[in-house]
Write a protein that binds this ligand. Structure first.
Ligand code: COA
Length: 333
């Protein structure tokens, strides 16, 4: 991997949007053989958000993107590209990004979706970074948005307690501030040998919608929890180390880690393996659960808003998702 490039990309605005409806662990206790105590101690989750009927990934994502534009003091017409990272698209096609482009009236922007599930935002960031570093585009909106509630089996206590809906966005801009600021590097990986670990098996090409698929809830997420847990710890630790080493940095240089919010115990185990204090990890999983591709941009925005990221700070993003896919990014603010 060679270090680019002609230009550097920096994040000039972030925004989020969370549906208003809150589903607490106590609410889940009413319909499932589970408890607030079990969910909180095993995952760190207390509540999650659920989209209303008239909300979808495009509407949540457009709200988040608009907030990022406002923060950056920019208009939708200035966008060159919208990259929508989602595993719960509005429809099979056209892309959810095109719906977002219409809502925003971002008339100049090309728009497309990418599918890397929970790793989506870091994959999207990596794509945006390349376009900006090679000089092709100047302003790119990367959005992570999900309505996970639509693909849950609400009778399966091993999965439905974990996930929530929401959206986060980051506006990347070509910067003249030199190559020591902004997105220092992104590192992305996939291993298709683990496609069965986390999957929505039905409802489309391989298993089209039919009565059998509906009856067996093939359109719902199926997960092997323990192997996902182990792979998340292994790959997120590994890629974090690689990302820092690539930039000639060590864990001591990191001011804040913004990890994918899948399970608090995964984050704590990674902190132990990296020998970085858990206080340096931003955690908001108690409020939102796992929002897949939206998880990192929501956390990144809340970390900035709470003052945990200051100019000059080094921030490390790290994630694992279905695929399996995983990645990391180093950002100097
Ligand atoms: N409430 C109460 N009991 C539950 C439960 C729930 N919601 N879900 C599972 N259990 C039970 C199991 O049935 C099992 O019972 P048994 O011992 O009688 O068989 C027991 O709790 C332990 O189950 P186990 O699967 O070993 O729990 P765990 O500690 O591994 O936690 C997960 C399960 C799913 C929380 C955990 O494996 C996990 O977070 N995995 C990673 C998931 C993830 O990150 N996915 C997304 C990646 S992007």
């Amino acid at each position: 991997m060679n270090k680019p490039s002609l230009y550097q990309a920096e994040i000039v605005g972030t925004g989020i949007y969370l549906p208003e409806k809150v589903l607490t662990n106590a609410d889940l206790e009413k319909s499932l053989d589970t408890s607030d105590e079990w969910i909180f101690t095993r995952t760190g989750i207390q509540e999650r958000r659920i989209a209303q009927k008239d909300e979808s990934s495009s509407t949540l994502g457009a709200h988040a993107a608009r907030n990022a534009l406002i923060q950056a003091g920019m208009t939708p017409e200035e966008l060159d590209l919208i990259i929508m990272c989602t595993s719960t698209p509005d429809v099979l096609y056209p892309s959810t990004a095109c719906f977002v482009q219409k809502i925003l009236a971002a008339s100049k922007a090309a728009a497309y979706d990418i599918s890397a599930v929970c790793s989506g935002f870091v994959f999207g960031l990596s794509i945006a970074e390349q376009y900006i570093k090679c000089g092709r585009y100047e302003n790119i909106m990367v959005i992570g948005a999900e309505v996970n509630s639509r693909i849950m089996d609400w009778t399966d206590r091993t999965t439905c307690i974990l996930f929530g809906d929401g959206a986060g966005a980051a506006l990347l801009k070509r910067t003249e501030r030199g190559e020591t600021v902004g997105i220092l590097s992104t590192h992305i990986y996939s291993d298709g040998n683990y496609t069965d670990t986390l999957m929505v098996p039905g409802g489309i090409g391989r298993e089209p919608v039919n009565h059998e698929a509906v009856d067996s809830k093939m359109y719902c997420l199926k997960m092997s929890g323990q192997s996902t847990f182990k792979m998340a710890v292994k790959r997120m630790t590994e890629v974090s180390r690689e990302c820092l080493a690539f930039n000639g940095l060590s864990t001591e240089d990191v001011d804040l880690v913004v990890p994918h919010q899948a399970n608090r115990r995964i984050i704590e185990t990674i902190a132990g393996k990296l020998e970085v204090s858990i206080d340096k990890f931003f955690i908001n999983i108690h409020k939102y659960g796992n929002t897949s591709a939206a998880s990192i941009p929501i956390a990144l925005h809340e970390a900035r808003e709470s003052g945990k990221i200051q100019p000059g700070n080094l921030c490390l993003l790290t994630v694992l998702g279905a695929g399996l896919t995983w990645g990391a990014a180093a950002i100097r603010w």
